[in-house]
Design a protein around this ligand. Structure first.
Ligand SMILES: *Cc1c(COP(=O)(O)O)cnc(C)c1O
Length: 495
């Protein structure tokens, strides 16, 4: 911690009869009088971004155009609101406030305390939690740090954990290693054993989880996923965790918006700890939260352990601008409008899924109960990487994804498609049916392109389709034109 004390002269006269600092900008609502001692009242110039840095300004403009024109189907992305962006771009970014409300290591935190307390209250309300039973830490910088903070709180180095295997839809931060390398930090500092899907059904293999847990005796079992189209069976996972004397945590990063709107099962009924990102279906700023039971679990005071793991364990000063944006998001998450939005997310996803099934596609688990579908492209003889590239060229943004049974992680056999982002822009079932048809066109083009370059390795294929004499260019441009004609009819929040 830095312990420099800055003594500021508090001898300013009334701000009203003083000139403003010369900043190159109109005065803000907070007026600054010229000091009576020192300086000439113009210590800096405060240009807007366009004047201060045209290069960065231009990149942001281009990115805004891309977001506006493209059909955004990445399941972990969303468009946050103008109000959230205003809070995130505010003076809250200037303040250090290590510690928790009322217990800070710096002065000047009365407003930050009010903000963080409000954010905590809204977080508990948004997820329908009794503040006697649940507490929340809103300081995690993002989802992965939030998870590592939980592990730091309740585990000792080399304690055992079980999470859904990454190639089966899990997240890196739940542990991942290859025969050669411990890839995730979670697997470096703790011993991770994955559970998986039953490849015949595409559903979590709870029997295998139970059998393995009895042998492995994990101290922590993690529910939650990044690419799983179904709900988790929390009562079953609770039973398994209890039978081995372990904690049960849900990482609801992808579905926290759906949980807040009660359109999927409630993990809080069965879990000891619930973590989440705040920028996915929840539609907030980029950040994370950790919810914990207030009563001790397995002899551990989770509140103290988790708060200490966040700070001073792993983080320093909280990102107060993010906490400001999060508070705004959590107010909105309690509105009827938000509930209607989350219902649209799910019904749009179902419309997309049924259209894809109609078109003959194989979906992992056969459909979807939430905001995403996983398409298994292997029966068509194409892979997710090639399809992702062709769709990207047509302004359709989604990601390649491994599907159960995949051999290669670099050239996975599927794609993941999510509905939250376009539902935010106002897409209804009708537009999601059209989206399925666009994707189908892109897949057909990919199949033809693969035939034109039958032996090409992935890198060669990507070069081939990007070259000016790629024969299917016009087909892709035509698809792109129709995609953008649709997307540009729907507003982008904050534009
Ligand atoms: C996205 C995600 C995270 C991590 O989020 P970051 O903010 O990218 O660190 C953690 N867990 C799950 C299940 C996720 O989907």
């Amino acid at each position: 911690m830095i312990s420099v004390i800055i003594i500021f002269p508090s001898i300013f006269p009334s701000p009203l009869d003083c000139p403003y600092l010369v900043t190159g900008r109109p005065p803000s609502s907070v007026s600054v009088p010229a000091p009576e001692i020192g300086g000439d009242g113009s210590s800096f110039k405060d240009y807007g971004l366009g004047d201060a840095d045209p290069e960065v300004h231009n990149i942001i403009s281009k990115e805004k155009q891309r977001q506006f024109r493209s059909l955004e189907l990445i399941a972990s992305e969303n468009f946050t609101s103008r109000a959230v962006m205003e809070a995130v771009g505010s003076c809250l970014t200037n303040k250090y406030s290590e510690g928790l409300p009322g217990k800070r290591y710096y002065g000047g935190n009365e407003h930050i305390d009010e903000l963080e307390t409000l954010c905590q209250q809204r977080a508990l309300q948004a997820f329908h939690l009794d503040e006697q039973k649940w507490g929340v830490n809103v300081q995690p910088l993002s989802g992965s740090p939030a998870n590592f903070e939980v592990y730091t709180a309740i585990l000792k180095p080399h304690d055992r954990i079980m999470g859904l295997d990454l190639p089966h839809g899990g997240h890196l931060s739940h542990g991942f290693m290859t025969p050669k390398r411990r890839v995730s930090g979670t697997s470096i500092y703790f011993e991770s054993m994955p559970y998986r899907l039953d490849e015949s059904t595409g559903l979590v293999d709870y029997d295998m989880l139970e059998k393995t847990a009895i042998l492995f005796r994990p101290k922590l079992i993690i529910a939650g996923a990044s690419a799983y189209p179904r709900d988790f069976d929390y009562p079953c996972m609770r039973k398994i965790a209890d039978s081995v004397g372990g904690f049960l945590m849900m990482d609801m990063a992808h579905i926290s918006g759906l949980v807040a709107a009660s359109v999927v099962a409630d993990p809080f009924e069965y879990c000891d700890i619930v973590t989440t990102t705040t920028h996915k279906s929840l539609r907030g700023p980029r950040g994370g939260m950790i919810f914990y039971k207030k009563d001790p679990v397995l002899g551990v005071d989770l509140e103290t352990a988790i708060n200490n793991a966040v700070f001073p364990g792993l983080q320093g000063g909280p990102h107060n601008h993010t906490i400001g944006g999060l508070a705004v998001c959590l107010k909105y998450a309690q509105s009827p409008e938000f509930k209607a939005y989350q219902n649209n997310v799910v019904s749009n996803c179902r419309a997309l899924a049924s259209r894809l099934v109609e078109l003959g596609y194989k979906l992992v688990s056969g459909g979807s109960d939430n905001h995403l579908v996983l398409v298994d492209l292997r029966p068509l003889g194409v892979d997710g990487a090639r399809v992702e590239k062709i769709l990207d060229m047509a302004s359709i943004t989604l990601n390649k994804n491994s599907v159960p049974g995949d051999k290669s992680a670099l050239v996975p056999g599927g794609i993941r498609i999510g509905s939250p982002a376009m539902a935010t822009r106002g897409f209804t079932k009708k537009e999601f049916v059209a989206t399925a048809d666009f994707i189908h066109e892109g897949v057909q083009i990919t199949i033809e392109a693969t035939k034109l370059a039958p032996k090409a390795k992935l890198q060669e294929f990507l070069k081939f389709v990007a070259s000016p004499d790629f024969p299917l260019r016009d087909r892709i441009s035509d698809l792109q034109r129709r995609v953008e004609t649709l997307t540009t009819q729907f507003p982008l929040p904050g534009l």
